[in-house]
Ligand binder design. Structure first.
Ligand SMILES: *[C@@H]1O[C@H](CO)[C@@H](O)[C@H](O)[C@H]1NC(C)=O
Ligand SMILES: *[C@@H]1O[C@H](CO)[C@@H](O)[C@H](O)[C@H]1NC(C)=O
Ligand SMILES: *[C@@H]1O[C@H](CO)[C@@H](O)[C@H](O)[C@H]1NC(C)=O
Ligand SMILES: *[C@@H]1O[C@H](CO)[C@@H](O)[C@H](O)[C@H]1NC(C)=O
Ligand SMILES: *[C@@H]1O[C@H](CO)[C@@H](O)[C@H](O)[C@H]1NC(C)=O
Ligand SMILES: *[C@@H]1O[C@H](CO)[C@@H](O)[C@H](O)[C@H]1NC(C)=O
Ligand SMILES: *[C@@H]1O[C@H](CO)[C@@H](O)[C@H](O)[C@H]1NC(C)=O
Ligand SMILES: *[C@@H]1O[C@H](CO)[C@@H](O)[C@H](O)[C@H]1NC(C)=O
Length: 449
């Protein structure tokens, strides 16, 4: 996901750049990057992505043995091999699902379809360096097909709902899950779940959706521009004005179209880069009762810039800003990523994912589009309580969650640093969502009581 890029980017540039300022980066960097958690691959990026999948096992999105079996077949830096391995696993689990009579055994079938969907997402994850790679569309269609079969087999089936942006310029694909026992006379709070830089809304059901449903809350997941299905099917990259995505969702939930929704008790959850997006939206959308930033991200561009500003790339970036000519920056970045042999998986993935998800052609276009994504001069407009997570060892986002906290009006921020004692030190606390769900939803109960 997001911060891992920064860590790897920083590490990569330290190696590559003769002008890097070595004093700024101590051996603590190495200790923290590896952390005490058992790695699942010698490739930091693969290890993180495998842990991310494993973390979904708690709520039906993966199983441990099959993910570890796949982990054993991936080789550091081999993104094609990673993709092939998870495609094989996805197809295997999907065919197992199809062999089950889903009328007779709906629970069994839906478990396999959910897992197949996760593995199809993993098969897609590292392919975005070539936007015309046909597998980008095929694997995503595969995950959607598997996931839709799974949610149709829930006790209360999930429903896809398409909402329109106010100006009609894009569609907001959502999936709605009604809480058991919610009805017009007993309306329930509703949790709106959004992902970040790379994840699909389907992942969010496993991250916090089932945990919300168990607590009696309705759930709505969604995607906006830049996120997997909007990027693919509407050809739209990320936008800064995330309230354009969230406000139509709130309009829908308060409209009475869903009488079992308690319109006064809506929470908005932003995961990963969604930690910026959700707070940005809340600065303009004041009908929410609560917001979660998991984790807090004040400025999307700043950590990227920090990763290269003391290297020759920083000089070339500044030249681009002064002259409007970023050709030298892009050439140098491309040479570093693809020719130097120095860039690791996370760095390469982080930049190509940015180019793909912002729907641009070059690293500098991506970074320029990311630059306005800041809460500076905006977060004081937030009127909603905000729960902010901070992973203790995400040192490459130095101060980002704290900056969100400090920028909010007094009394609005609830700040939680989570660490290795709970296995929660990683970006987004992957693998520790039982703890995070306990914290965020027990806090929510207090906010909305
Ligand atoms: C990093 O690890 C080395 C070797 O284990 C150790 O000597 C050093 O104190 C560690 N640094 C920090 C900041 O923990
Ligand atoms: C193992 O990885 C290789 C590529 O490294 C791939 O071709 C092969 O299909 C994978 N095997 C399984 C069982 O996933
Ligand atoms: C699946 O199970 C249902 C309900 O038991 C049964 O009616 C149907 O014939 C089964 N289908 C197949 C293909 O076995
Ligand atoms: C990108 O993918 C397309 C479609 O598979 C292929 O024709 C093309 O050669 C690929 N480009 C690169 C640079 O790999
Ligand atoms: C995945 O998608 C491809 C292309 O649409 C299709 O041929 C294949 O049957 C799908 N596989 C599964 C398991 O859904
Ligand atoms: C609404 O839900 C409550 C409990 O959740 C239940 O007691 C009641 O019978 C339901 N009402 C209707 C009309 O279904
Ligand atoms: C932009 O910079 C590149 C490389 O420094 C140079 O080759 C090119 O002529 C410049 N383009 C313009 C329009 O100034
Ligand atoms: C925030 O406001 C200050 C003071 O007006 C201004 O200098 C700065 O550029 C603004 N930042 C953004 C991102 O708008």
């Amino acid at each position: 996901m997001f911060s891992k890029l920064i860590s790897a980017t920083l590490a990569g540039f330290l190696v590559s750049s003769v002008h890097a300022a070595p004093a700024a980066h101590s051996s603590a960097t190495t200790n923290t990057t590896l952390s005490a958690m058992l790695p699942l691959s010698s490739d930091t990026s693969f290890s993180y992505e495998i842990l991310r999948d494993l973390g979904l096992a708690r709520y039906f999105g993966a199983d441990v043995g099959e993910v570890l079996q796949a982990a054993g077949n991936v080789t550091a830096a081999d993104m094609e091999g990673f993709s092939d391995t998870f495609a094989n696993l996805a197809n295997h689990v999907y065919s197992q699902a199809q062999a089950i009579n889903s009328s007779e055994f709906p629970v069994s079938a839906r478990d396999f379809y959910f897992r197949a969907a996760t593995y199809f997402r993993s098969a897609d994850f590292y392919l975005h360096g070539n936007a015309s790679d046909a597998r980008i569309m095929a694997y995503f269609a595969n995950q959607t097909d598997a996931f839709d079969k799974a949610i149709s087999l829930l006790d209360i089936p999930g429903q896809r709902i398409n909402l329109k942006a106010a100006d009609g310029s894009f569609t907001i694909p959502c999936i709605y899950y009604q809480a058991s026992g919610a009805n017009a006379t007993h309306p329930k709070p509703t949790v709106i779940l959004g992902n970040g830089y790379d994840g699909a809304q389907e992942e969010m059901l496993h991250v916090s959706g089932f945990a919300a449903l168990e607590r009696g809350y309705n759930v709505l997941t969604y995607e906006g521009p830049g996120q997997p299905s909007v990027r693919r099917y509407q050809n739209l990259g990320f936008i800064t004005e995330w309230e354009k995505v969230v406000t139509p969702i709130v309009d829908f939930l308060v409209s009475g179209a869903r009488p079992e929704v308690d319109a006064a008790r809506l929470g908005l959850f932003g995961y990963s880069m969604g930690g910026f997006l959700a707070v940005r939206a809340a600065a303009f959308e004041h009908r929410l009762a609560a917001v979660w930033a998991v984790d807090g991200l004040f400025d999307v561009f700043e950590p990227y810039y920090n990763a290269f500003k003391t290297t020759p790339l920083g000089t070339l970036w500044n030249y681009g800003e002064q002259t409007g000519n970023y050709t030298a920056f892009d050439n140098e970045m491309d040479a570093y990523l693809f020719d130097s042999g120095l860039a690791d998986t996370e760095t390469i993935w982080g930049i190509v994912q940015g180019i793909w998800s912002f729907n641009v052609q070059t690293p500098s276009e991506f970074l320029r589009k990311a630059k306005p994504m800041t809460l500076q001069n905006i977060s004081h407009q937030v009127t909603t309580p905000v729960w902010i997570g901070a992973p203790s060892e995400d040192i490459f986002f130095p101060g980002q969650p704290q900056k969100v906290r400090d920028s909010l009006n007094p009394g609005l921020a609830t700040f939680h640093e989570l660490g290795a004692a709970d296995g929660a030190q990683n970006h987004c606390h992957v693998g520790a969502m039982s703890l995070v769900n306990e914290l965020i939803f027990d806090w929510f109960a207090g906010v909305i009581q």
